[in-house]
Write a protein that binds this ligand. Structure first.
Ligand code: NAP
Length: 524
């Protein structure tokens, strides 16, 4: 099916990142933006994660866009429903709904060397073409149901944390929870409050610190509403506090030991039983896996109707879970709080770049990009939460804003200079990645635990080894010298959707004509 016309930009995903990209593009004068969303509502992970207790472990003042502050957060750490309301508010406030194509599940993204355009095909047979594409499918979009032996034989109810079944009533039920990560520690206290009995199957205990949550009093909201400066100050204070945490959570330092000591004090204060404390004491460095921020998890584990099981799961059976000690745990329902399939070595759908090269093939040994946003050989394409862009200590939204604003600079450069290709220089990408991997060696993530940050062979293609401030700084200005540029369009300008004359923020050091047209575009 041939696409109707060539848009300025395709954005894939209508979660936080995709919507933020659309807003910033429009603020930069790029109006012809199409957002492709596979679901039927916006919100991404916050639309999907509706499990009881779902909340963000980063304060809302910081877990929101600086260009769209919300004075009305009800508490320091808002729940998922309130975050989703904020996302929907963005859609209305910035009039994004007309840009979004719902039910557009992208099955392929392909670059046309001759025209310098990207075409996204969707599973329902539609095709959308644009001068530039921004990938914003979210790193945590696909729920992971682990391949546990006997799973198919289990006859009870199965629920995944990221696809909660609100029609199933847990009241009075015997429930098993598999997993003790960031999602599980939020779900378990809620289930303990409703179910008859909850058995928690722990494979690896995590480091836990209390979450300093509090309701925002009316006066604070009034102050926020009347003074943007006060909101900015609050955001800055939370930001600075989290930056300090990097000293212990990102790098394996004496501060890491201090974080562990604090978590051990928390464990001792909250858990009475010494055997249980041993069961809950991690054997890896704090920060290696995501720090768990919760004040009600340990109390829930000690409730009369809750039991912590640390024997490995041997198999699922028709009636429940059999552990390695031979005990059969009969349960009405199993909650899989087992995380997500994260694309560390592939792409969520085939992405074909210059000369027919495939991104999943190139990333088979671990994903790599230039500054996490561009990939050599895939011109005019920008990634949000691309390789090595993840935070371990600060708000994902801070990282996301930097990626978006960098991508917007790239888009402006393409449109303003009528470029066919804006392609990251492979040698700069190589140098950048060598440096990232060198720096990762000193981080807690590479200190020896198993986590979703690492590939099977231990490569860390997920996290950024530094402060959020450093990450944002390197993305502040898109330097055209980092890219190979090719001018000229086969697409007639009048076919391309409108953009106004707002200036590009990209640094003006353009070296054009370094890539030949069409077939002359070669692999680096
Ligand atoms: P996760 O951190 O990957 O945790 C999955 C849990 O399931 C782990 O305890 C894991 O054990 C266990 N597990 C996986 N496969 C298993 C198996 N076959 N048998 C037994 N146990 C198994 O997933 P998540 O808790 O959903 O969190 C994922 C990410 O989502 C977080 O890192 C965070 O970035 C994000 N998140 C954020 C928030 C927030 O408040 N901002 C809340 C929830 C989630 P092992 O540790 O032994 O692998």
């Amino acid at each position: 099916m041939s696409p109707a016309r060539t848009h300025a930009v395709l954005v894939i995903g209508a979660g936080f990142a995709g919507l933020g990209t659309a807003i910033r593009l429009r603020q930069a004068g790029v109006e012809d933006v199409v957002v492709l969303e596979r679901g039927w509502e916006v919100g991404g992970t916050w639309r999907d994660n509706t499990y009881p207790g779902a909340a963000c472990d980063i304060p809302s003042v910081l877990y929101s866009y600086s260009f769209a502050p919300n004075p009305d957060w009800s508490r320091a750490y808002s729940g998922s429903a309130e975050i989703l309301r904020y996302i929907r508010h963005l859609v209305e406030e910035f009039e994004l709904r007309p840009l979004i194509r719902f039910g557009a599940d992208v099955s392929e993204l392909r670059f046309d060397d001759a025209t310098g355009t990207w075409t996204a095909s969707t599973r329902d047979g539609r095709a959308f073409t644009a001068r530039a594409a921004v990938m914003a499918p979210g790193p945590l979009a696909n729920a992971s149901l682990p391949d546990i032996r006997g799973l198919a034989s289990y006859t009870g109810h199965v629920v995944h944390s990221a696809r909660w079944d609100h029609d199933y009533d847990f009241t009075d039920k015997h429930v098993a929870v598999i997993g003790t990560g960031a999602s599980a520690v939020q779900i378990i206290p809620e289930l303990v409050g409703t179910a008859r009995r909850v058995k928690v199957f722990q494979r690896t205990p995590g480091w836990v610190l209390p979450r300093p949550d509090f309701g925002h009093p009316d006066w604070l909201r009034t102050v926020f509403r009347h003074s943007r400066l006060s909101q900015r100050a609050a955001r800055l204070a939370w930001f600075a506090g989290h930056e300090v945490l990097a000293l212990g959570l990102v790098w394996d330092t004496v501060f890491t030991s201090a974080v562990q000591a604090a978590a051990k004090v928390n464990l001792r204060v909250q858990v009475r039983d010494s055997w249980m404390r041993r069961q809950l004491t991690p054997d890896f460095r704090a920060g290696c896996k995501r720090m768990l921020m919760t004040s009600d998890y340990y109390p829930a584990l000690q409730a009369d109707n809750c039991k912590l099981i640390t024997w490995p799961i041997a198999t699922l059976s028709p009636g429940g879970i059999r552990t390695a000690d031979g005990i059969e745990h009969q349960v009405d329902a199993i909650v899989f709080a087992t995380g997500f399939d994260v694309c560390k070595t592939g792409t969520p759908f085939p992405v074909t770049g210059l000369d027919g090269r495939r991104l999943d093939e190139e990333w088979a040994g671990g994903a790599r990009a230039y500054k996490s946003v561009s990939v050599a050989g895939y011109p005019n394409l920008f990634l949000t939460f691309g390789p090595n862009s993840g935070p371990g200590h600060n708000s994902a939204l801070v990282y996301m804003e930097s990626q978006i604003d960098y991508a917007v600079q790239g888009v402006r450069l393409i449109l303003d200079r009528d470029l066919r290709l804006l392609d990251a220089r492979p040698e700069r990408q190589e140098r950048f990645n060598a440096e990232i991997q060198r720096r990762l060696g000193a981080t807690t993530w590479n200190s020896g635990c198993r986590s979703w940050y690492l590939t099977e062979n231990g490569t860390n293609a997920t996290m950024y080894p530094g402060f959020a401030t450093q990450y944002a700084h390197q993305l502040r200005t898109l330097d055209a010298a980092d890219y190979r540029l090719a001018p000229g369009l086969t697409v007639p300008a009048r076919e391309v959707g409108g953009h106004n004359d707002a200036g590009s923020g990209a640094r003006d050091s353009v070296h054009e004509c370094e890539i030949g047209r069409a077939s002359a575009a070669t692999r680096p």
